[in-house]
Write a protein that binds this ligand. Structure first.
Ligand SMILES: Nc1ncnc2c1ncn2[C@@H]1O[C@H](COP(=O)(O)OP(=O)(O)OP(=O)(O)O)[C@@H](O)[C@H]1O
Length: 258
């Protein structure tokens, strides 16, 4: 596969925190347009990978490439502007704002008018604000939250809050979205809906998805490819059926009750 077919590449990535090696020589290639799963027991180094991809941490060794360009070492906002968005293990919405305003604030990333345009309400300002509102209206429709647009985010059911978080990440118009345990705390019905939702956004928003989760039903249902981490190292990589039948994975992870 040509390099540009991989939207994200981790090349021999190492991350050490003092004496702890959280990532040990990790190489992962994520094909553009795929849903890519990263699984592994608690403390295996999954979130550390997301933190290196988004610039929260630089790598100790190795490179992170986004669309063929090295991004490790760049500030988080520069990486976000290149087209990478993420959600977090714990929900980070503006709880007192409406669903719509949560999306609108995320849209501000795409606004280019200056302070003076804002004060004078120039045509540039008005047209960009109009465009943002139309974009948020469409996004609400696409993610199935139109009926809840005026509700406070805190008042949404849990599954809907997770959906809004993902929608807010999508409002930055990313090419790649990183989802850190989006199904955490969900029951079976909620996680089934989430799986369907993630598949839908991949299609509708033309976005590549990398997902960390402990819900194997979600991971196995939606991922094209999966990497398994264990104690910071890459234990296995493959399609869902290959991972499910890999004896090393079974003994390290899948066989262990959560
Ligand atoms: N900022 C940090 N300073 C020191 N150690 C850290 C730091 N961040 C992560 N670690 C350590 O790195 C290892 C991997 O942590 P990480 O959070 O990446 O695991 P994880 O696979 O995401 O776990 P979980 O499934 O519990 O979220 C752990 O031993 C953790 O304690």
């Amino acid at each position: 596969m040509a390099q540009q077919e991989y939207i994200l590449q981790l090349q021999n990535v190492v991350k050490r925190f003092g004496g702890i090696t959280a990532s040990n020589d990790i190489t992962i290639n994520v094909p553009r347009g795929s849903i890519y799963g990263i699984i592994g027991p608690n403390g295996a180094g999954k979130t550390t990978l997301f933190n290196m991809i988004t610039g929260v941490y630089d790598t100790t060794e190795g490179k992170v490439l986004f669309e063929g360009q090295q991004v490790n070492g760049l500030p988080t906002h520069v990486i976000a502007a290149r087209g990478i968005a993420r959600t977090f293990q714990n929900i980070r919405l503006f709880g007192d704002l409406s669903v719509y305003d949560n999306l609108l604030t995320a849209c501000q990333k795409n606004i280019t008018y200056g302070l003076l345009d804002g004060i004078l309400r120039t045509e540039k300002c008005r047209s960009q604000e109009r465009e943002s509102r139309e974009f948020c209206d469409r996004l609400l429709e696409e993610v199935g939250l139109s009926d809840q647009r005026q509700q406070r985010a805190n008042n949404l059911p849990y599954g809907m809050q997770r959906r809004l978080e993902i929608a807010r990440a999508l409002a930055t118009r990313p090419k790649l979205i990183l989802l850190d345990e989006p199904a955490a705390g969900m029951n079976e019905e909620e996680s089934d809906k989430l799986s369907e939702f993630i598949r839908e956004i991949r299609e509708k928003k033309d976005v590549t998805v990398v997902i960390i989760d402990h819900h194997m039903d979600v991971i196995m249902a939606i991922c094209d490819q999966i990497s398994v981490l264990n104690f910071g190292t890459l234990l296995a990589e493959g399609k869902p059926d290959e991972i499910q039948n890999n004896p090393e994975v079974i003994s390290a992870y899948l066989g262990v009750d959560e």
